[in-house]
Design a protein. Structure first.
Length: 208
């Protein structure tokens, strides 16, 4: 897929949601995936049921408060968001979440613009959710200090902030398990990327 196609199919919808993509600017050494965190890793979050008034507005307001208080945004309002390598949307990824043949998502650097709508237009563009009011995404501070994830369940929307996922014993064990298991449901490139990151980590950085 060429640069122009990605600009048209991915970057423009995100810009309409208030996220300006900064290509090829992910900090070196960024953890490739944040999963398997424990309850003790969670340092904040909120939940809203689908039926509450002004759902999208309240989700946006609480996301921004969490992003600021947790340190997700840097002084330029920049952070990382997990996006597909191609143009496959979050909606499509959910339909094929056990498809080991699809290319895994990658971190992409973005800047939050003055006018934005993460939970509405962002989710409706299907890169940050399924549709407006049903968001789903993973976001990471540029320095890796906090991971913010959003998921939709049967009853509502849950958003959590995880402190230092790259130092969490739960996350590290989860990543090591992905590398160790030879599963056909895990894309080979994804496993290789995680293995390389684990190998490059200084031994002294892992908690004891």
């Amino acid at each position: 897929m060429g640069v122009q196609e990605r600009e048209r199919k991915v970057y423009r919808p995100l810009r309409r949601a208030g996220l300006e993509v900064i290509p090829d600017a992910v900090p070196e050494g960024t953890i490739p995936f944040c999963g398997g965190y424990g309850r003790e890793d969670v340092v904040g979050g909120f939940s809203h049921p689908y039926g509450i008034p002004r759902l999208v507005e309240r989700l946006n307001e609480d996301w921004y408060d969490l992003a600021v208080s947790s340190g997700l945004l840097d002084h330029r309002r920049e952070f990382l968001v997990m996006l597909p390598q191609g143009t496959r949307t979050h909606r499509a990824a959910l339909r094929h979440q056990h498809d080991g043949g699809s290319a895994p998502a990658l971190w992409t650097r973005v800047r939050l613009l003055e006018r934005w709508d993460i939970m509405g237009r962002g989710a409706d563009a299907a890169f940050l959710g399924v549709y407006a009011g049903h968001p789903g995404f993973g976001m990471l501070a540029l320095d890796g200090s906090v991971y913010v994830c959003c998921s939709t369940g049967e009853r509502g929307v849950d958003v959590l902030a995880v402190r230092r996922p790259d130092r969490s014993e739960h996350v590290l064990r989860h990543l090591e398990g992905i590398v160790a298991r030879d599963s056909s449901y895990v894309h080979r490139e994804f496993r290789t990327r995680i293995a390389r990151w684990l190998a490059d980590r200084a031994p002294t950085t892992r908690p004891t």
